[in-house]
Design a protein around this ligand. Sequence first.
Ligand code: HEM
Length: 480
Amino acid sequence: MNEQGIYGPPRRFLIGNLLDISSMVSKSTKSDMSDINHDILPRLYPYYLKWSERYGDPFLFWNSSEPRLCLTDTDMIKEFLSSKFIHTTGRSWLQKEGSKQFIGRGVLMANGQEWQSQRHVISPIFMGEKLKSYTEKIVECTKRMLQSLHDVVKSLPEKEVEIGGYMTEVTGDIIAHIGFGSSYNEAKKIFELLNELQSFTAKSTKNLWFPGSRFFRSEDSRVKDEVNSSLSKMINDRIMSMREAGGSQTSNDLLGSLLLSQSLTSPLHSIDTQLVMDECKTIYFAGHETTALILTWVIMLLATNPYWQTKARAQIFSVFGDLSKITDSSFTSDNISKLSLLHMIINETLRLYPSVVIIPRIALEDMTLGDLHIPKGLSIWIPVLAIHHNKEIWGDDAHEFNPGRWTTKTYSQTKNFLPFSAGPRNCVGQGLAMMEAKIILALLLSDFSFAISKTYRHAPVNVISLKPKHGVTIDLTPLR
Ligand code: HEM
């Protein structure tokens, strides 16, 4: 890479630049931000700013034994994420090893042919009529969440709530319903265990650089076994009922559709239960927290920007008319598409606070990207947050919340806007995420107005995803 004019910070034996990274980040995130501003790159990625300034773009650093090329040229990124490199790029050993205990070999972690056939099976369950069929459950779960908000507000003199917890609860409820409908209660229990497993995995992943560390895990294996035995029972029961029904889908949920889709390529009796289990865990992991977080950030931004909150509410009123009459059937795709202000607000939030701040890929073979030779084994690190906050792309107000920028399509979205990644390996659930976010926000805004609470502490942190460290506290006022 040096011969090609690419440089980076000197690395240490085994740990590469891990110590530099952790010391810079622990310093920048030691305290909360002094005010609610959205210039969060220096706080979350101080090392990106330091190294890109010192060594230029792209630069090279070492994540323990894995070399990473930090790439910000969006034309190169577009090419890199395109179908041209789909079979020669993928997940690295570190990524796969880090998530093996947790989501196993589901679509998120698969490479090559294995990825392609899994993606082929999973894609149809997030599209077209299937996608529309989830509306009813989304509305039902949201109304339940709103009712508990009304109950809490009634009982609290100060009317303050931490809204992030409610968003986690409602998106978890939704994924349990649309994912595993008839097995909802079992699914909820499995998800609780998965949350536990995720925190164990996050801890052990930090030590992966240490040779042999992967052989010293005991805490997580108990939870993993429990998750796997409950999930495999749920899946096998479902396969049994499908066989009894002559191979047709017995429940209109993601699991039913996944099994039906699988049965088109392999007979029911030979379905790879382990793979279906990994896919279920992947869907939960990839689709739950990401959606909850984006909703939480939208609410924080609307709570601090009453102008956009009022405008969005007015549009919701004009699309749906008498709000006391909103039912699940009000949320037709035609009506959802009329919520253009919510679309702009969500986009702007995904730009400022993308749930996934980095997209990492590894070169599985030698390749040429633009005029760069990329050797096999080099990881490419796409710093989404840095691209989304780049003033050269977004203008001087890059760090400001301005949904208005989305009224004109001056930016080629796939190039400079990457909250769901791009190309054939983009987020398979983005249609569901956007639909879910719009329905939840439309119902919330029609029931309550809200302002940021005095107790809110602005402290974004990146722990797997971009989170508000202390949650988001808002003061709620019921509208009816
Ligand atoms: C606002 C919410 C969401 C955001 C910001 C988001 C973001 C992303 C991103 C950036 C990727 C690419 C990751 C990479 O290549 O390293 C991804 C992949 C994926 N997402 Fe999402 N996602 C969201 C919601 C969902 C939902 C609701 C689901 C499903 C229920 C989902 C399922 C997946 C899956 C299965 C993949 C792997 C796709 C593949 O590798 O082929 N996501 N998501």
